[in-house]
Design a protein around this ligand. Sequence first.
Ligand code: PHE
Length: 341
Amino acid sequence: MEQKLRQLREESLDAIREAGALDALEALRVKYLGKKGELTAVLKQMGKLSAEERPVMGQLANQIREELTEAIENGRKTLSEKALEMRLAAETTDVTMPGKAVQIGRRHPLNKVINEAKEIFIGMGFTIAEGPEVELSSYNFDRLNTEEGHPARDRQDTFYFDDDDEVLLRTQTSPVQVHVMETQPLPIRIISPGRVYRKDEVDATHSPMFHQIEGLVVDEGITFADLKGTLNELVHRLYGPETRTRFRPHHFPFTEPSCEVDVECFECRGRGCRVCKGEGWIELLGAGMVHPKVLEGCGIDTEKYSGFAFGVGAERMAMFRFGINDLRLMFENDTRFLEQF
Ligand code: PHE
């Protein structure tokens, strides 16, 4: 029996030492120490031993059981430590690492400046109107007192959809004036930002698609002083109260009298530089008193009502506002440019 026990000890300790996984170790525990295990089986034969042998064998068996138990316990510890190490190595997520910063987008400088203008006009009692980008030439031209044959209607300059030149991509936001006068009750105070299209080659100051903000006020007793006051307020709120404006006589078919409004160059403050081409001034918008023909065409009584209108180039507004010197930057959507605003 002693022989058997010693053999069992050797064999089982070897097996335990070699066990490479926790479940293998557990199987060995059952194999040797379990109720139906090999050590238990040997112990069951104790009864056959002599009275002298029994305590000696009993002691040896107990010692072996303790040794095995301890070996299994040690093996379990080593294996679980190893398993943990392996898991940590395998799991690449290091919870102590700082998180990846989410890149948050920004508003496009154009939308920024359009929103600023909206706020300024809403503060002055205006509402926002919308009109179609695909427009009838009657709205884009005829009803704005721009008759057939006017150079602005040239096929060279305008995107027409049909051979009869009846449907086009609007060349200006001014047709919104007509839509609003047709549908809204007087008095009218609206602005209407949106895209316009012209057959222009792309360069630093031209694009076949750009944005305008149209403005229209129609009420009793509206004068050129209201126009000046409103546009000066816009410029001062956008570019600072010290910014000077210049109202130059101009011609538009749908306003009379008409003007263009220049702002003091943002770069040189009027001294003359490369940005303003030595002028000291930069053109920002066209404006004027709404032509009586346009009002009458919308059924408005010109004895009682008068109005003013203006059209601001939104890209220009943004370029002055942020000191951007090339229009193309606005549409290239290079994030290195966009993230500066
Ligand atoms: N629509 C004109 C343009 O595109 C601007 C304008 C609008 C002028 C309203 C007068 C009144 O140049």
